[in-house]
Design a protein around this ligand. Structure first.
Ligand code: NAP
Length: 267
């Protein structure tokens, strides 16, 4: 078994719910300092209290930030520097989806998706990497998706944002090898979090059709991700069925995928 990597300070975006909350909890025993970032400050503070009581050695800082806004991201980096919470483990987890046809989507939601899923992840990596390199190490976990492997009608922009995340992570990993900074792309299939609700266009509309047996618990997704980080893997598809689906989808020629996606169940 590879040794368990430990870090001085980890920053988790999207820590107010779902996978981010779970990442924060499972990373806590590996760090001295932990930074929780999202918009909902009350949820972050409640999580910080739970982490402090279970792991008293960890100093936890909470930053309420709208990652959609470039100026807020810049202010976050300044605040991290002045508070002495510069991370050597960055978990770019915050993200959102929008399920439905592209032509009828609300532009504001598409813009948020592009901004949080792509821009914020790239901006934070770019802002925080120089210090990791200067200090001689660190790691980045980018939460992508199984959706990054294929173009998905009715989830077109979301799948494309995640294709960016996986591609960016793979290339960055090679650039950072000489600096001993592993980069991991986490590519989950369906997980029960707030993601499904947020992806819906209205509370009444049906979400993405997914078989119940395909869901992987968030605890397993995060545990497999951290094990993959310890192995310095490039990608992880947590859960056996997700890994099998990724294998099959990646092997199929585009012409077959196009044909198959045409028969996909619609809303
Ligand atoms: N659940 C799935 O089936 C699934 C599958 C594959 C990949 N993923 C990916 O996993 C990651 C985590 O999603 P999840 O499933 O845990 O969903 P979730 O429960 O909806 O969590 C999303 C997190 O992102 C944060 N966020 C969204 N917009 C933000 C903004 N503008 N500024 C700051 N934070 C923002 C949310 O916090 P606030 O609302 O408090 O800001 C929340 O903490 C995402 O990147 C998602 O694409 C999820």
């Amino acid at each position: 078994m590879p040794p368990t990597a430990s870090f001085s300070c980890a920053l988790v975006t999207g820590a107010s719910s779902g996978l981010g909350e779970e990442f924060a909890f499972q990373i806590a025993p590996r760090v001295g300092k932990l930074v929780l970032v999202a918009r909902r400050e009350t949820l972050l503070s409640q999580l910080a209290d739970r982490i402090r009581s279970k792991f008293p050695h960890v100093a936890v800082a909470v930053f309420a930030v709208d990652l959609n806004v470039s100026a807020e991201r810049e202010q976050l980096v300044k605040n991290l520097t002045s508070a002495g919470f510069l991370p050597d483990l960055l978990v770019n987890n915050a993200g959102l989806g929008d399920y439905g046809e592209f032509a009828t989507a609300e532009w504001d939601k598409l813009q948020s998706m592009l901004s949080v899923n792509i821009e914020a992840l790239t901006h934070l990596s770019h802002s925080l990497l120089p210090e990791m390199i200067r200090r001689g190490g660190g790691a980045i976990i980018n939460v992508s998706s199984l959706a990054s492997v294929i173009p998905i009608p009715d989830f077109a922009v979301y799948a494309a944002t995640k294709a960016y995340v996986t591609s960016f992570s793979e290339a960055l990993r090679i650039e950072l090898r000489e600096h001993h900074i592993p980069v991991l792309a986490v590519c989950p299939g369906p997980v029960r979090t707030e993601f499904g609700q947020v992806s819906k266009r209205s509370p009444e509309s049906r979400g993405m059709p997914t078989k119940k047996s395909f869901y992987v618990p968030k605890e397993q997704v995060v545990a497999e991700s951290l094990a993959a980080l310890d192995r310095k893997s490039a990608r992880v598809y947590p859960g056996l069925k997700t890994a099998a689906a990724a294998l099959v989808l990646s092997a199929l020629p585009m012409v077959v995928l196009r044909f198959a996606m045409g028969f996909r169940p619609r809303r």
